[in-house]
Write a protein that binds this ligand. Sequence first.
Ligand SMILES: Nc1ncnc2c1ncn2[C@@H]1O[C@H](COP(=O)(O)OP(=O)(O)OP(=O)(O)O)[C@@H](O)[C@H]1O
Ligand SMILES: [Mg+2]
Length: 229
Amino acid sequence: MTLLRIEDLDVHYGDFQALSGVSLSVDHGGSLALVGANGAGKSTLLRTIAGAHPATGGRITLDGTGITTAPPHHRVRAGIALVPEGRRLFPSLTAEENIKVGGRAWPLDRVYDVFPLIARCRNRRAALLSGGEQQAVAIARALASGPRLLLLDEISLGLAPAVVDDLYDVLAVLRAEGTALVLVEQDLARARAAGDHLICLLEGRVVLATAAADAPLEKVISAYFGTSQ
Ligand SMILES: Nc1ncnc2c1ncn2[C@@H]1O[C@H](COP(=O)(O)OP(=O)(O)OP(=O)(O)O)[C@@H](O)[C@H]1O
Ligand SMILES: [Mg+2]
Protein backbone atom coordinates (compact mmCIF):
# COMPACT_ATOMS: atom_id res chain seq x y z
CA MET A 1 0.00 0.00 0.00
CA THR A 2 1.23 3.44 -0.93
CA LEU A 3 2.45 5.71 1.89
CA LEU A 4 3.95 8.62 -0.05
CA ARG A 5 2.78 9.65 -3.49
CA ILE A 6 4.25 12.53 -5.46
CA GLU A 7 2.60 13.57 -8.71
CA ASP A 8 4.07 15.97 -11.25
CA LEU A 9 5.97 18.02 -8.69
CA ASP A 10 7.54 21.33 -9.71
CA VAL A 11 9.80 23.35 -7.41
CA HIS A 12 11.44 26.72 -8.06
CA TYR A 13 14.03 28.92 -6.44
CA GLY A 14 12.85 32.27 -7.80
CA ASP A 15 12.89 31.92 -11.59
CA PHE A 16 15.08 28.83 -11.49
CA GLN A 17 13.19 25.55 -11.79
CA ALA A 18 14.94 22.96 -9.60
CA LEU A 19 12.40 20.11 -10.04
CA SER A 20 10.21 19.49 -13.10
CA GLY A 21 7.30 17.03 -13.19
CA VAL A 22 8.72 14.65 -10.58
CA SER A 23 6.47 11.69 -9.78
CA LEU A 24 7.22 8.79 -7.45
CA SER A 25 5.68 6.65 -4.76
CA VAL A 26 6.89 4.80 -1.67
CA ASP A 27 4.99 1.94 -0.05
CA HIS A 28 4.45 1.55 3.69
CA GLY A 29 7.74 0.14 4.95
CA GLY A 30 9.31 0.50 1.50
CA SER A 31 12.59 2.12 0.61
CA LEU A 32 13.53 4.39 -2.27
CA ALA A 33 17.10 5.33 -3.11
CA LEU A 34 17.55 8.67 -4.82
CA VAL A 35 20.71 9.26 -6.85
CA GLY A 36 21.92 11.99 -9.18
CA ALA A 37 24.83 14.32 -9.77
CA ASN A 38 25.55 17.45 -7.71
CA GLY A 39 22.76 19.95 -8.23
CA ALA A 40 20.32 17.36 -9.66
CA GLY A 41 17.67 18.34 -7.10
CA LYS A 42 17.90 15.51 -4.55
CA SER A 43 18.02 17.70 -1.45
CA THR A 44 15.36 19.97 -2.90
CA LEU A 45 13.08 16.96 -3.31
CA LEU A 46 13.60 15.78 0.29
CA ARG A 47 13.17 19.30 1.64
CA THR A 48 9.96 19.74 -0.36
CA ILE A 49 8.54 16.46 0.98
CA ALA A 50 9.38 17.65 4.51
CA GLY A 51 7.75 21.03 3.88
CA ALA A 52 10.96 23.03 4.25
CA HIS A 53 10.56 24.35 0.70
CA PRO A 54 7.26 25.01 -1.15
CA ALA A 55 6.06 23.16 -4.26
CA THR A 56 5.10 25.38 -7.18
CA GLY A 57 3.11 22.65 -8.94
CA GLY A 58 1.92 19.08 -8.49
CA ARG A 59 0.70 17.15 -5.50
CA ILE A 60 2.12 15.31 -2.48
CA THR A 61 -0.03 12.87 -0.50
CA LEU A 62 0.77 10.84 2.61
CA ASP A 63 -1.48 7.85 3.13
CA GLY A 64 -3.97 9.42 0.71
CA THR A 65 -4.12 12.79 2.50
CA GLY A 66 -2.91 15.84 0.59
CA ILE A 67 0.03 17.55 2.33
CA THR A 68 1.30 19.67 -0.59
CA THR A 69 0.86 22.93 1.28
CA ALA A 70 0.97 21.63 4.88
CA PRO A 71 3.50 23.38 7.14
CA PRO A 72 6.54 21.34 8.27
CA HIS A 73 5.27 20.68 11.83
CA HIS A 74 2.05 19.15 10.44
CA ARG A 75 4.14 16.82 8.32
CA VAL A 76 6.22 15.83 11.35
CA ARG A 77 3.00 15.00 13.19
CA ALA A 78 1.81 13.05 10.15
CA GLY A 79 4.97 10.94 10.40
CA ILE A 80 7.59 12.52 8.13
CA ALA A 81 11.10 13.23 9.47
CA LEU A 82 14.08 14.65 7.61
CA VAL A 83 17.75 13.98 8.35
CA PRO A 84 19.15 17.01 6.54
CA GLU A 85 22.27 17.25 4.45
CA GLY A 86 25.14 18.37 6.72
CA ARG A 87 23.44 17.08 9.92
CA ARG A 88 22.61 20.54 11.30
CA LEU A 89 23.08 19.76 15.00
CA PHE A 90 23.25 22.41 17.69
CA PRO A 91 27.00 22.23 18.45
CA SER A 92 26.80 23.52 22.02
CA LEU A 93 23.99 21.13 23.05
CA THR A 94 24.75 17.58 24.15
CA ALA A 95 23.92 14.58 21.98
CA GLU A 96 20.86 13.88 24.15
CA GLU A 97 19.66 17.49 24.07
CA ASN A 98 19.92 17.46 20.28
CA ILE A 99 17.86 14.26 20.13
CA LYS A 100 15.17 15.76 22.37
CA VAL A 101 14.81 18.65 19.90
CA GLY A 102 13.28 16.09 17.51
CA GLY A 103 10.39 15.20 19.84
CA ARG A 104 9.38 12.66 22.45
CA ALA A 105 7.46 10.06 20.44
CA TRP A 106 10.34 7.63 20.90
CA PRO A 107 11.53 7.27 24.51
CA LEU A 108 15.28 7.83 24.84
CA ASP A 109 15.76 4.19 25.90
CA ARG A 110 14.47 3.07 22.54
CA VAL A 111 16.79 5.50 20.74
CA TYR A 112 19.77 4.14 22.69
CA ASP A 113 18.71 0.55 21.98
CA VAL A 114 18.92 1.30 18.28
CA PHE A 115 22.09 3.42 18.63
CA PRO A 116 24.23 2.05 21.50
CA LEU A 117 26.96 4.25 20.02
CA ILE A 118 25.13 7.38 21.18
CA ALA A 119 24.34 6.01 24.64
CA ARG A 120 28.06 6.17 25.35
CA CYS A 121 28.36 9.84 24.40
CA ARG A 122 24.89 11.11 25.31
CA ASN A 123 26.22 13.87 27.60
CA ARG A 124 28.95 15.10 25.27
CA ARG A 125 28.45 18.32 23.32
CA ALA A 126 27.69 17.72 19.65
CA ALA A 127 30.71 19.81 18.61
CA LEU A 128 33.00 17.26 20.27
CA LEU A 129 31.49 14.17 18.64
CA SER A 130 33.07 12.31 15.73
CA GLY A 131 31.46 12.62 12.30
CA GLY A 132 29.86 9.19 12.67
CA GLU A 133 28.50 10.01 16.11
CA GLN A 134 27.13 13.31 14.83
CA GLN A 135 25.37 11.55 11.96
CA ALA A 136 23.93 8.97 14.36
CA VAL A 137 22.61 11.82 16.54
CA ALA A 138 21.05 13.49 13.49
CA ILE A 139 19.25 10.24 12.63
CA ALA A 140 18.25 9.73 16.26
CA ARG A 141 16.81 13.26 16.39
CA ALA A 142 14.61 12.40 13.40
CA LEU A 143 13.54 9.12 15.05
CA ALA A 144 12.54 10.98 18.21
CA SER A 145 9.48 12.29 16.35
CA GLY A 146 8.32 8.71 15.66
CA PRO A 147 8.36 8.81 11.85
CA ARG A 148 6.67 6.39 9.46
CA LEU A 149 8.71 7.95 6.66
CA LEU A 150 12.35 8.85 7.21
CA LEU A 151 14.08 11.08 4.65
CA LEU A 152 17.88 10.75 4.74
CA ASP A 153 20.11 13.17 2.84
CA GLU A 154 23.62 11.82 2.20
CA ILE A 155 24.25 10.26 5.58
CA SER A 156 27.50 8.74 4.25
CA LEU A 157 29.13 12.07 3.45
CA GLY A 158 32.68 12.27 4.81
CA LEU A 159 32.43 9.09 6.89
CA ALA A 160 34.65 6.00 6.82
CA PRO A 161 33.05 2.98 5.10
CA ALA A 162 32.91 0.96 8.34
CA VAL A 163 30.99 3.78 10.06
CA VAL A 164 28.62 4.01 7.10
CA ASP A 165 28.07 0.23 7.32
CA ASP A 166 26.98 0.65 10.96
CA LEU A 167 24.52 3.41 10.02
CA TYR A 168 23.04 1.31 7.23
CA ASP A 169 22.69 -1.61 9.66
CA VAL A 170 20.53 0.69 11.79
CA LEU A 171 18.44 1.61 8.74
CA ALA A 172 17.86 -2.10 8.10
CA VAL A 173 16.56 -2.48 11.67
CA LEU A 174 14.23 0.49 11.20
CA ARG A 175 12.92 -0.96 7.95
CA ALA A 176 12.31 -4.30 9.61
CA GLU A 177 10.19 -2.40 12.15
CA GLY A 178 8.12 -0.90 9.30
CA THR A 179 9.66 2.55 8.80
CA ALA A 180 9.69 3.63 5.15
CA LEU A 181 12.86 5.30 3.84
CA VAL A 182 13.78 7.73 1.10
CA LEU A 183 17.54 8.02 1.02
CA VAL A 184 19.87 10.15 -1.02
CA GLU A 185 23.13 8.26 -1.51
CA GLN A 186 26.07 9.11 -3.76
CA ASP A 187 27.51 5.59 -3.58
CA LEU A 188 25.55 3.90 -6.36
CA ALA A 189 26.28 0.36 -5.19
CA ARG A 190 25.12 1.19 -1.69
CA ALA A 191 22.04 2.98 -3.07
CA ARG A 192 21.08 -0.09 -5.08
CA ALA A 193 21.55 -2.33 -2.06
CA ALA A 194 19.56 -0.14 0.33
CA GLY A 195 16.56 0.74 -1.84
CA ASP A 196 13.84 -1.58 -3.17
CA HIS A 197 13.38 1.09 -5.80
CA LEU A 198 15.81 3.53 -7.28
CA ILE A 199 15.26 6.89 -8.94
CA CYS A 200 17.88 8.92 -10.74
CA LEU A 201 17.41 12.68 -11.09
CA LEU A 202 19.13 14.71 -13.78
CA GLU A 203 18.70 18.48 -13.78
CA GLY A 204 15.48 18.22 -11.79
CA ARG A 205 13.83 15.48 -13.83
CA VAL A 206 13.41 11.75 -13.20
CA VAL A 207 15.52 10.02 -15.87
CA LEU A 208 15.43 6.52 -14.39
CA ALA A 209 12.88 4.84 -12.11
CA THR A 210 13.33 1.14 -11.55
CA ALA A 211 13.28 -1.72 -9.08
CA ALA A 212 16.76 -1.46 -7.54
CA ALA A 213 17.52 -5.14 -8.12
CA ASP A 214 16.72 -4.75 -11.85
CA ALA A 215 19.03 -1.79 -12.40
CA PRO A 216 22.36 -2.75 -13.96
CA LEU A 217 25.08 -0.45 -12.65
CA GLU A 218 25.96 0.73 -16.20
CA LYS A 219 22.36 1.82 -16.75
CA VAL A 220 22.34 3.79 -13.48
CA ILE A 221 25.68 5.40 -14.32
CA SER A 222 24.54 6.52 -17.79
CA ALA A 223 21.31 7.97 -16.31
CA TYR A 224 23.41 9.70 -13.65
CA PHE A 225 25.63 11.40 -16.23
CA GLY A 226 22.84 11.96 -18.76
CA THR A 227 24.46 9.76 -21.37
CA SER A 228 21.51 7.31 -21.73
CA GLN A 229 20.13 6.85 -25.26
N1 LIG B 1 18.54 28.13 -1.80
C1 LIG B 1 18.72 28.03 -3.11
N2 LIG B 1 18.61 29.10 -3.93
C2 LIG B 1 18.79 29.01 -5.27
N3 LIG B 1 19.09 27.85 -5.90
C3 LIG B 1 19.22 26.76 -5.14
C4 LIG B 1 19.04 26.77 -3.72
N4 LIG B 1 19.25 25.53 -3.24
C5 LIG B 1 19.53 24.77 -4.31
N5 LIG B 1 19.51 25.49 -5.44
C6 LIG B 1 19.77 25.01 -6.81
O1 LIG B 1 18.83 24.00 -7.09
C7 LIG B 1 19.44 22.92 -7.79
C8 LIG B 1 19.23 21.64 -7.00
O2 LIG B 1 19.98 21.74 -5.78
P1 LIG B 1 19.97 20.57 -4.69
O3 LIG B 1 20.71 21.08 -3.52
O4 LIG B 1 18.59 20.10 -4.50
O5 LIG B 1 20.81 19.45 -5.48
P2 LIG B 1 21.40 18.09 -4.93
O6 LIG B 1 21.03 17.04 -5.95
O7 LIG B 1 21.01 17.84 -3.53
O8 LIG B 1 22.98 18.34 -5.04
P3 LIG B 1 24.21 17.84 -4.10
O9 LIG B 1 24.54 16.45 -4.60
O10 LIG B 1 25.30 18.81 -4.40
O11 LIG B 1 23.77 17.86 -2.67
C9 LIG B 1 20.90 23.31 -7.98
O12 LIG B 1 21.04 23.86 -9.28
C10 LIG B 1 21.13 24.35 -6.91
O13 LIG B 1 22.12 25.27 -7.33
MG1 LIG C 1 22.05 17.67 -1.80
